[in-house]
Design a protein around this ligand. Structure first.
Ligand SMILES: NC(=O)c1ccc(N[C@@H]2CC[C@@H](O)C2)nc1
Length: 231
């Protein structure tokens, strides 16, 4: 899978994507990640990428002409057209379903805004999906883009290694994940649920399912809406 990123701050991407699972996915050629600087496509002497908003208001808006040129350049770097995703608080709330949809794409082109955002004509004519990672405003789309890259990479076949698979986790069955325990079996008088030490796999699976249900009912009843009560 190829992911291209358009940003004013390429340096923001150094670090989180250079470690562990995402790093290995890149080294193994499972994820082909490229970061591009939007400012390279500003044409004036001052390399301007933003301007004052028509109609007034505070802050600056990123120019559609600069973004169009940057996107056209990036598009030309690979044969697949790519799905253009703009990170914005006004987007669809990211969830497991959307992550899986995006992970199925051969190529994503993520657009990270700054200031007050981008000219709406860019969104209207060039963006395929607007995505939000939560109901809060950040200084830029870079962190949301890194969240998206991390979440999507987990679904690239082979990225989690042969053992684990994204099926067995939170949200995969629409529920929150069950609690996890490991050694020591006893710590400061705190013990591990007996069933997990029993080696009885059917009982363990049942206990974990019950835990997922109870946790979800207690913490995230919204995830259960519209579902008949799962047995
Ligand atoms: N919740 C989110 O996913 C999110 C995304 C982007 C963002 N901020 C950028 C800065 C200017 C505009 O492009 C939007 N804040 C929050």
């Amino acid at each position: 899978m190829r992911i291209d990123v358009l940003t004013l701050f390429p340096e923001a991407f150094r670090g989180p994507l250079d470690v562990s699972i995402v790093k290995r996915a890149r080294e193994d050629g499972l994820l082909d990640l490229h970061i591009y600087d939007i400012r390279e496509h500003a044409t004036d002497r001052h390399r301007t990428v933003d301007d004052y908003p028509f109609g007034g208001g505070q802050g600056m808006v990123m120019r559609v002409d600069v973004l169009d040129r940057a996107l056209e350049f990036v598009r030309g770097q690979a044969p697949e057209r790519g799905l253009v995703v703009y990170l914005t608080p006004a987007g669809e709330r990211l969830n497991d379903r959307i992550v899986r949809e995006l992970a199925a794409e051969p190529r994503l082109i993520l657009v990270c805004g700054r200031y007050e955002g981008v000219d709406e004509r860019f969104v209207e004519h060039f963006v395929d999906r607007e995505i939000s990672i939560g109901d809060y405003v950040l200084t830029g789309g870079e962190l949301p883009a890194m969240v998206l890259i991390d979440a999507v990479t987990r679904h690239i076949p082979g990225a989690l290694g042969d053992a684990a698979s994204p099926q067995e986790e939170s949200f995969a069955d629409g529920l929150l994940e069950h609690p996890q325990y490991t050694r020591p079996a006893e710590y400061k008088g705190w013990s591990v649920p007996e069933v997990l030490l029993s080696g009885h796999h059917a009982k363990i699976a049942a206990w974990r399912r019950q835990q997922r249900l109870e946790r979800t009912r207690r913490r995230r009843p919204d995830l259960l809406e519209g579902k008949d009560d799962p047995a």
